[in-house]
Design a protein around this ligand. Sequence first.
Ligand code: ADP
Ligand code: MG
Length: 354
Amino acid sequence: MAEFIRFDQLTKFYGSVGVVEQLDLGIEKGEFVSLLGPSGSGKTTLLMMLAGFTQPTSGKILVDGKAINAVPTHKRGIGVVFQNYALFPHMSVGENIAFPLQMRGVGKVEISERVAKALDMVQLSAMRDRKPSQLSGGQQQRVALARALVFEPGVVLMDEPLGALDKQLREQMQLDIRALHKRLGLTIVFVTHDQSEALTMSDRIAVFNKGRIEQIGTPRAIYDEPQTRFVAEFIGETNLIEGIVERMEGRNALVRLHDGQLVTAASTAQFNTGKKVFLSVRPERIELGTETTGDNHFKTSVLDSVYQGDHLRVQLDERAHNFVARLDRKAQEWQAGTNVSACFSAADCWTIAA
Ligand code: ADP
Ligand code: MG
């Protein structure tokens, strides 16, 4: 796949505040890339610069190898979907979807055909003559999607498009958008602050923090091999402990904890002896039992155990660094006060430079 979009040292300042700073990122044709990060980390600003609504302070944006900094929005071939739909209330559904085509001077007959096709794509053919106010939130968002797709843009930008929908509808729309992405071969840049949404939908996730990309990678790489403490804590839940590298053994790091215990952890980096690191262990990778198994184990006891429907959430005492374990709901119910061994393999304990 060829690189399609390239941000080259892209920077945006508002006054003296850098909201996007020297950002480098390449996106391939047909790729689904999510920008994931906390509120205020610069995700929308980056999207607005790509769409042409905001001018960069410095740096370049290339599409298909050509700088587009000076190209006006409507000539960039980019469709945009916002959280608040931004439909025209006085226009019918059909007229809303026709609007981008009228703007581009497409003829009447062709407009009618393409609107019908776009409506079919989002399964709203029966709603063509309704006003947006006569539709549900999910239907309105599908109209917005159809309007962004109707002129067959090469790139579709979506800024928290599902944020206003309730959970069930949001999850359905996630699958719908994914299916459209695959079927139409669209390049999609999708902004969200919802990590499970990003994990579900993306080919790659760029994790934003304070105007910079902390890490970019596949959902699996971001979840299993976070490169920074921020990424480990932002994506999913994790148990973090600090330690000092004793030595490397192949791709494992032997790490001494403050209480003297030695832990074997996975690492793709080679750390020097004495290096301070964090270890990240996901709650679902911890096993509890009466036997000690696996590469690492702590003799500990259960502080608290909460039934959460699909899983059991168990908090361990300080001998296991107050780790939280997430267990299958069918596991025996570990009562508070029970003595247990908490075990996890080296592969499930990830080393991060401190
Ligand atoms: P996100 O989408 O990740 O929540 P934004 O890109 O919207 O973040 O905003 C990043 C930062 O830039 C925020 O601190 C925000 O207050 C600031 N910002 C955004 N737009 C403007 C503007 N037009 N003028 C001044 N500051 C802005
Ligand atoms: Mg935003």
